[in-house]
Design a protein around this ligand. Sequence first.
Ligand code: GDP
Length: 510
Amino acid sequence: DFDHVVEALLNTTLDVDSLEPDSVLEERWIKEVVSRSGMKFRWARVNESRERENRDAVRRPSADPSCLEPRPPVVTIMGHVDHGKTTMLDSLRKSQIVSTEAGGITQHIGAFLVQLPTGEKITFLDTPGHAAFSSMRARGANATDIVILVVAADDGVMNQTVESIQHAKKAKVPIIVAVNKCDKPQANPQRVKQELLTHNVVCEEFGGDVQAIHVSALKGDNLLALAEATVALAEVLELKAEPHGAMEGLIIESRTDKGKGPVTTAVVQRGTLRRGCILVAGKSWAKVRFLFDENGRAVTEAGPSVAVEVVGWKELPSAGETILEVESEQRAREVVEWRRYEEEQQKLKEEQSAIEAKQQLHLQEYRRERAELEHLSWRQRKSALYRANKTKFALRASERYQRDELILPVIIKGDVDGSVETILNILDSYDAQHQCQMEVIHFGVGDISENDINMAEMFAGSIYGFNVGVTKSIQQLAVKKGVPVKMNSIIYKLIDDLKDELNSKLPPLV
Ligand code: GDP
């Protein structure tokens, strides 16, 4: 049965990179396939003993509804420039309804908590404008439950008002309208609400479900009503989270502090964040040394929807990154290492496809050149290409690659025309008799150049130089790219070297 499955796997077209052990594909089968096919699977290289789900830290499955408890809403203020977003945030921060205790100095950490007289809380993200909102969204993160759309009553709906509406709708985040600057004599709140209709924001008085509150951010008028409307909407949304267990959250700001080192502001989405927790975010990890609130006070823990400054990161993770708590420092290091490895693999893959695309381009160019020379013999063609000093690629070589035959691609560089021709002649008479074919993919006169190295790399070939030079930097490039460069000043020695390499590629005699 085991052999049967392995045999079947070997006969299937496998996507090498996606071959991972799972419920269907057992680890022992893959190991066998790997060893029999001689392929180097990414999975096999990383860590054979670890199972996939153990490699990366991931969000836990959703909690049992009975463990969920109501949590405060997280609010972003959006709107057109100069309509009063910053003023509103400042007023909210300074107003009586803010939970700031005497003596606290409000600091900018990217968010702050407001507590209503009735006890309800709201977390405001205080990076105004939709730049922060959309950069988060671009990472697939959504920290916001409710958008407060600020529209100046003397100016009405403007470009960025419309953009904000679009952002909120795209993210499926409900809107509350704050009709601002109502203290101004020329304020016309009614017009604002009518204009909003044309953008599918239907306020309650027009039969819709969007609350619109008339405020003055500057004077602080009606901000309590705005906060109450927010809490009311949060109740409708039934925002809940599990306050216990491992913490999950989002980074809303990150910066390097002279004293504290790498610092992030995190909004807790699930569980409770405590001092001493081990966290991973992106490709960095932290053992939480300190937690600070927006008043610069050290706190020992933060529950769902609360934003706190986290100190203790080894490196600075970026805003928008998910934070997950893991069980140990060892585990955090493993996760980070895995993520780095994955990123590296992704990069390699991209580089590989870039090379392939380039190769394809060269091949096309070669085909075109070849079509032009169709009527000539192979030797005449070679000389024609040689004389024209064009890029020379052997179509035959590329086709053989595709058929996976044994071939040895070589580049010949000589000091003068005559020596190159002599070497090519000798090689022509030689390669026909062997199972492993040699293919001259490029030849020419002059020192070994960067172009030679690149071409050899592209075809996984070797370079043979006769009576030519090679600079140190070219040598280093060859070593870096793993291209063998062999120099000779005696023709028969060069041919011997080539034969040796050719023989080494042949399958062993049985
Ligand atoms: P932002 O670009 O949306 O952050 O707008 P600001 O908060 O910087 O406000 C722009 C200007 O409008 C400032 O001069 C504020 O003083 C003024 N402003 C903001 N809110 C009000 C308000 O409710 N009433 C009046 N009269 N002026 C306001």
